[in-house]
Design a protein around this ligand. Structure first.
Ligand code: GLC
Length: 548
């Protein structure tokens, strides 16, 4: 029995966009200091245009002590000197726009860096002062206030409170260098509305909002039963600091700012939430007066399992449409193990454990890439927008063997060296087959690249039929002319191990099983595995077809 899922109407650019995530430190280094920069990104706009993306999302590029890769922002209205200047950013945005690419900037409202002038002021001020009220300072428990105010833990490990010299404690749900802002403070609220306006005026088309589900804390500051972990946060009912109802008020305030700017400038703007919340909560963030989109982390977390993936897709489509939004699809980002690696590891692998103690051989690289190609094509055919993380278009794997001394992620520090963290997906990407840092820049690379990285480079894949890069290019081009705006989706029942659907005469079939599936009638447009013949769909393969 086939079933049709409706897609919400609307022609806004973000509804069907392919968004490419740029991690500025690791994309391209123009000045040869070993760290990527804005000029490097600007020099690669032709590459991004050729790839066929509609927008780029820039991970934080603000001045920062980089104690959490830039998510510790010291100044929200400037660019880190190591990345460039505000003028460089303006030039980048202008060049991207000229190439038909929109620009999304990353906004980090839950916390600032401890180098932010507000926090410096707060630490120097007295308990109860206006400066301290912009953050969350509390007296401790115990006879002399020597115990933290609550038992909350930092997402990166260790307690979520640190003590100042005068004895008060400040809250940091993440690193000790990332004090949480007080979102009940009117000055904090006004400041961020203004930061939104600042970047829109500079040319930004949208915002990716960091930890959007964490801004509001229970005013009673109760203890929590379970220590919260990254990727599982937001699943506890009435949690004291994740996914609290009051965050929606803030979402609405920001949406009103963007809506007003849209009218003023005549440009479509958007914001996408990073909200690690339970699936039932996601549509609440997507109501018409809140976020335009939210990352779909439920699908990202699915194992290689046809039933779970299909249920997750179905749910995301129905939920997004129920509030007039569009679904998002994302497989990798700067916080998770790259999906080519996840799909190549045995089901149930504990990734952090594997990175720490496991053998690299446990990952079947060929299988991982084959599955990654298949799932990517499936996602690109679905209604909604797809977020691509830099390097996945090269089939890059997580870098497994990073030596301890180069690890930079606060997860490594705060877990007392029991978890390596996220550096393995942040290694600078290879552009050329040989040479200094494989074309990343002339001055090496801030994280060491594997010696065989050149074989994965853009140069090695450019124009090579069947390469991952050429598959992405072909799929993006074909997607624009076939799937985009092709409307509702109808599930097609072909095989218990297939996910198959039709949209306006186009058919997408992914084979999750171990044996071949007979190709139905129609014209074969593209296959994720170029060894596929014209009568069957091999295991771990996706095909796009046109119905006769
Ligand atoms: C988000 C970011 C992550 C960062 C954290 C704290 O989850 O994606 O990289 O460490 O927020 O800002």
């Amino acid at each position: 029995m086939s079933e049709t899922i409706h897609v919400a109407a609307g022609n806004e650019w973000w509804r069907n966009a392919v968004v490419y995530q740029v991690y500025p430190r690791s994309f391209a280094d123009a000045n040869g200091d070993g760290t990527g920069d804005v000029e490097g990104i600007r020099s690669r706009i032709p590459y991004l245009a050729q790839l066929g993306v509609n927008a780029i999302w820039m991970n934080p590029w603000y001045p920062s002590p980089l104690l959490d890769g830039g998510y510790d922002v010291a100044d929200y209205r400037s660019i880190a000197p190591m990345f460039g200047t505000l003028d460089d950013a303006k030039r980048l945005i202008a060049d991207a726009h000229d190439a038909g690419i929109r620009v999304i900037v990353d906004l980090v409202p839950n916390h600032t860096s401890w180098d932010h002038k507000w926090f410096v002021e707060a630490v120097a001020a007295t308990p109860g002062s206006a400066a301290r009220d912009r953050y969350i300072f509390r007296d401790g428990k115990g006879e002399n206030g020597e115990l933290p105010p609550t038992n909350w833990s930092s997402v990166f490990g260790g307690p979520a409170w640190s003590r100042c010299e005068d004895g008060q404690w400040y809250l940091h749900l993440f690193d000790i260098s990332q004090p949480d802002l007080n979102w009940t403070n009117p000055e904090v609220r006004a400041e961020f509305c203004d930061i939104f306006r600042f970047w829109v005026d500079l040319g930004a088309d949208g915002f990716r909002v960091d930890v959007s589900h964490g801004l509001i804390k229970d005013p009673d500051f109760p203890d929590v039963d379970l220590a919260s972990e990254i990727l599982t946060v937001g699943h506890i009912e009435n949690h004291p600091h994740w996914d609290r109802d009051e965050v929606h008020e803030i979402n609405r305030e920001w949406r009103a700012v963007l809506d007003a700017k849209e009218v003023e400038l005549g440009r479509e703007l958007m914001m996408v939430a990073e909200a690690w919340v339970k699936p039932e909560s996601v549509p609440l963030y997507l109501r018409p007066d809140e976020y335009h989109q939210s990352f779909n982390f439920d699908f990202l977390g699915c194992p290689w399992d046809v039933g779970q993936m299909r249920a997750s897709i179905n749910r995301a489509l129905v939920d997004a449409a129920s509030v007039g939004s569009s679904a998002t699809w994302v497989l990798s980002n700067h916080d998770v193990v790259r999906h080519a690696t996840r799909y190549g590891l045995p089901g149930g692998t504990d990734y952090q454990e594997w990175l720490m103690h496991g053998s690299p051989e446990l990952c079947d690289h060929t299988l991982g890439v084959q599955r990654a190609r298949a799932v990517t094509m499936m996602l690109l055919a679905l209604p909604g927008s797809t977020y691509i993380y830099q390097g996945e278009e090269l089939g890059l794997h997580e870098v497994h063997g990073l030596p301890h001394e180069v690890l930079d992620d606060p997860v490594w520090r705060r877990s007392e060296h029991t978890r390596k963290g996220r550096d393995g997906c942040r290694v600078p990407i290879p552009w050329t087959t040989a040479g200094s840092s494989f074309g990343f820049g002339s001055g090496g690379s801030w994280l060491p690249q594997p010696s065989d990285w050149g074989a994965q480079s853009v140069e090695a894949q450019d124009g090579v039929p069947g390469s991952v890069l050429e598959l992405y290019r072909s799929a993006l081009a074909l997607r624009a002319s076939s799937w985009v705006n092709s409307g509702d989706l109808t599930w097609v029942e072909l095989d218990p191990y297939a996910i198959a659907f039709e949209r306006n005469g186009y058919l997408c079939i992914t084979n999750f099983g171990d044996s071949e599936i007979q190709l139905p009638d129609g014209d074969l447009l593209l296959a994720s595995d170029n060894s596929a013949d014209t009568t069957t769909i091999a295991a771990n393969t996706t095909v796009w077809m046109r119905r006769p």
